[in-house]
Design a protein around this ligand. Structure first.
Ligand code: AMP
Length: 318
């Protein structure tokens, strides 16, 4: 699908320096961050406007890597003197569905988000990638023309800033989270689908997407449900950023859907998100995405469509 991108998309979130420890090795000080992964993925579908800050320790190599994603408009990226870039160290177990945060240096994420460039003010789709919910809320409030505001969050913010998160959830139209976060938001829920339905109703959201790692994703929409498996990847090198690139593919596709946010369209958007995420995990950091083409995404989507198709035998004639 080669969409016509009629609607502008803007994102804020973290731009990070990551250290990843896992069964396939350790990489130190590579480019990461929720907004970086998101923007790289969304850029396969449409131009994407990035508003975020890094510190004066931001490596030139990382700027060079970011500039390889030509669809990312970095007019809102600020290199802030005297501040430190967000840093994160994650460790994967042999079972790569299990990840531990070993170290976090929140750095510039505790400060104000840079001002929104005037040229970004007309953005119609807003994605609040994982960052401090106070900043997410302030950022969302700056887009008077937005018709779709979607957020992600993380255990850290659910635990440390529940009231700010409540305020955020009362403002947005859609939420994209993973299953452990859904369980934290609704601890009494018996399973993920119950939790997702409870979140959708509690905050009167248009939709909630819950990502379940290698077990796919579910959509609870005001008008119905959809489920999708993950792409059956047999080589996972580094799952970091899978969730953010899922969201990037999802929102990038929606930016091309002319304001149609129906269950069917969101289901297709989830399929694109799933496919982009399946490439992210094939390599460390944003390395695989940097060499990826839209054709590879579309080819894998076609394969995915064959994998999930359910063909029913024709009904017997009476
Ligand atoms: P994901 O694997 O999709 O959950 O995203 C991983 C990325 O999120 C890493 O590149 C980290 O730099 C970034 N990250 C980790 N913790 C946080 C946090 N608390 N706030 C914002 N970004 C984070």
């Amino acid at each position: 699908m080669k969409g016509v991108c009629a609607l502008s998309l803007v994102v804020t979130g973290s731009i990070g320096i990551d250290t990843i420890i896992g069964p396939h090795g350790t990489v130190e000080n590579v480019m990461g961050g929720s907004a970086s992964y998101f923007a790289a993925a969304a850029g396969f579908f449409c131009p994407v406007r990035l508003v975020a800050a890094v510190g004066d320790d931001w490596p030139a190599d990382h700027s060079a890597l970011l500039s390889r994603f030509e669809q990312i408009d970095t007019a809102g990226l600020e290199e802030r003197a005297g501040s430190k870039t967000f840093r994160w160290t994650g460790k994967y177990h042999e079972d790569m569905n299990i990840r531990e945060t070993m170290a976090v240096d929140i750095g510039v994420l505790a400060e104000e988000i840079p001002p929104v460039p005037p040229a970004f003010a007309d953005s119609r789709l807003v994605f609040l990638a994982n960052t401090d919910p106070i900043n997410q809320l302030k950022f969302a409030g700056q887009f008077a023309h937005a018709d779709l505001i979607v957020a992600d969050t993380m255990d850290r913010w659910i635990e440390t800033q529940p009231a700010d998160l409540e305020a955020l959830l009362a403002t947005i139209h859609g939420l994209v989270i993973n299953d452990s976060e859904a369980a934290m938001l609704v601890p009494e829920a018996a399973n993920t689908i119950v939790a997702a339905k409870a979140i959708q109703r509690r905050y009167d959201l248009g939709f909630v997407v819950v990502k379940k790692g290698e077990h796919g994703a579910i959509l609870v929409h005001r008008d119905g449900l959809a489920v999708l498996p993950s792409y059956p990847a047999d080589q996972v090198i580094d799952p970091t950023g899978a969730g953010d690139t899922f969201a990037g593919g999802f929102m990038g596709y929606l930016a091309c859907s002319a304001g149609d946010y129906s269950v069917e369209t969101l289901q297709r958007a989830m399929a694109y998100g799933t496919v982009v995420a399946s490439f992210t995990i094939e390599s460390f950091s944003l390395d695989r995405l940097a060499g990826l083409t839209r054709q590879e995404i579309d080819d894998r989507l076609a394969e995915m469509a064959r994998i999930v198709r359910i063909s029913m035998p024709a009904a017997a004639e009476a």
